[in-house]
Write a protein that binds this ligand. Structure first.
Ligand SMILES: NC(=O)c1ccc[n+]([C@@H]2O[C@H](COP(=O)([O-])OP(=O)(O)OC[C@H]3O[C@@H](n4cnc5c(N)ncnc54)[C@H](O)[C@@H]3O)[C@@H](O)[C@H]2O)c1
Length: 485
């Protein structure tokens, strides 16, 4: 016992942060999911407009390149933008909106390669949206925002009309005026987004940065007709919540040998498992709704794992992230354990996951925001998850606060399990991973989520001993009779 505390946030809190590939993978899954909501099979050459090339938001540029869309990303800070360009995540940049428009037109053409590009606009995102609103020949399919709106008056969001330096100076010298300009900018920002959505049928989503919350507080036209809910969905409500409810989430592993060739082998073993499970889904999809729903997730993640090596996202530890469902996580772990045992891998593999998952976090403003039965404000899922993982044989467990939405706003349960090639490691991985995923799937099923209920039913059919308590909707006629009486 060291008697110290740390500001651990999410994966860092359970010592399982694996660098930027976590956010890049999560962003690719989100953009592909958003394209699917528009009825598209893939995101090829779709125009995706957003802002932010900072710590996490920079992943939007790299994800655009990976999924094959045309990412158009505004960034007001020159050094942040240039960093992403130099590192190869941002294909090209300019501070001239005419050039941005011409680049979009060029990349929309079928003849130009590559189809996945990211165009940086060095300037304010409000100017970008206002310009797009009047360019009739340019479509905007997807739209979002990843400025640091969670710190909207503290330098997280830069108001239109001021340069980066001017805004910082105003913030330091006349904070009240700065706040007024931020609020006015948010109003213009939302007006321009609304106009683009109206004219071009854009699918716009809130990316967990409190953009809509703070735009609403600033008096922007961001509310739906009921005056309470927002016009646009959060990415968890519309996209990731349903992915989590199928049991898919950010499984990850680290090759303790530190060898690149070990990671390559683990990638190919994971690909083999995911491919097998996709084929199983395809063979039963005609009569199995769960398989039909899960098929897209398998396809998205197969694309990711096949290209993972060439995307060169490893920083430090030889680690990989891959959204997988319970069965795939277990089967991948068993394959990895077997490869450690027979010496194909030169050292043990540690498995873990991000907390931005089906069951690892209670976070009412983000991951559990699509749990609508009132229980999203409870902190029980992460605690049960952590305790259940400990009992089933995790090597390390962690229960910690904060993460993404801020300290005091979320609670996380995390684990690490070392696969050392033994039968015991295989037994523990099978038990623990099943609990780690289904704990959250069941919680979502109790809320009435359709994907979660399909997933629980499908699991009960596979495992006869598994009995999950299910919700039963009240008969409305009976209810009104009782209330009436
Ligand atoms: N959904 C998720 O999975 C997820 C993950 C990570 C972060 N986030 C949220 O996304 C936000 C961004 O995170 P980050 O780590 O990239 O922060 P960051 O501060 O490093 O980057 C934000 C960038 O936005 C730029 N910016 C601000 N206002 C602008 C404007 N009006 N026009 C153009 N550019 C502007 C800033 O210069 C900055 O570089 C945070 O609120 C964070 O909580 C969401």
């Amino acid at each position: 016992m060291l008697g110290v505390s740390q500001y651990g946030q999410m994966t860092a809190g359970s010592y399982c942060y694996v660098g930027p590939q976590g956010i890049v993978h999560g962003t690719t899954i989100t953009v592909m999911g958003a394209a699917r909501l528009l009825g598209k099979e893939n995101a090829d050459r779709l125009v995706f407009v957003t802002a932010g090339l900072g710590g996490m938001s920079g992943a939007q540029a790299k994800a655009s390149n990976i999924v094959g869309c045309i990412g158009v990303v505004a960034e007001i800070c020159e050094s942040a933008l240039k960093k992403r360009h130099e590192q190869g995540w941002l294909t090209e940049w300019t501070d001239d909106l005419d050039e941005v428009m011409n680049s979009i037109r060029k990349y929309r053409s079928e003849e130009v390669e590559p189809k996945g590009v990211s165009i940086g606009y060095l300037g304010n995102v409000v100017d970008l949206w206002e310009r797009l609103a009047v360019e009739d020949d340019i479509p905007v399919h997807l739209g979002s925002d990843q400025t640091s709106c969670h710190l909207v008056h503290g330098g997280g969001y830069y108001p239109v009309g001021l340069s980066y330096d001017e805004a910082n100076e105003l913030m330091a010298n006349d904070n009240d005026e700065f706040k007024e300009q931020v609020d006015a900018s948010l109003k213009r920002h939302v007006d321009a987004v609304n106009e683009v959505v109206k004219r071009k049928g854009t699918y716009f989503w809130d990316y967990g940065n409190s953009f809509m919350l703070n735009a609403g507080r600033a008096g922007a036209d961001i509310f739906a007709e009921d005056g309470v809910s927002f016009r646009y969905p959060s990415y968890v409500e519309d996209i990731m919540g349903d992915v989590f409810s199928l049991g898919f989430g950010p499984f990850r592993w680290i090759c303790t040998s530190g060898k690149e060739e070990d990671l390559r082998l683990t990638d190919s073993l994971a690909e083999m498992v995911m491919n097998r499970h996709l084929e199983e889904c395809e063979s039963i999809e005609d009569h199995d709704e769960q398989a039909r729903a899960a098929k897209g997730c398998f396809r998205d993640n197969l694309k990711w794992i096949r290209e993972a090596g060439s995307n060169q996202l490893v920083v430090g530890s030889q680690a990989r992230i891959l959204y997988a469902d319970a069965k795939s996580r277990i089967d991948i772990a068993l394959e990895l354990n077997q490869a450690v045992r027979d010496g194909r891998l030169s050292g043990p593999v540690a498995i873990s996951r991000d907390h931005h998952d089906v069951s690892g976090v209670d976070s009412p403003w983000r991951e559990t925001s699509n749990i609508t039965d009132g229980s999203r404000f409870c902190a029980d899922m992460a605690v049960q998850n952590f305790v259940g993982d400990a009992f089933r044989g995790a090597t390390v467990v962690a229960l910690h606060n904060g993460g993404g939405t801020g300290f005091g706003e979320a609670i996380n349960g995390g684990f690490v399990l070392v696969l050392d090639g033994t039968d015991d490691a295989a037994r523990r991985a099978s038990m623990m991973l099943h609990w780690d995923v289904f704990n959250g799937v069941c919680r979502r099923a109790w809320d009435g989520n359709e994907n979660a209920n399909l997933t629980v039913t499908s699991e009960e059919n596979k495992i006869p001993d598994l009995a999950v308590t299910r919700i039963h909707d009240a008969d409305p006629d009976l209810l009104s009779k009782i209330v009436g009486e």
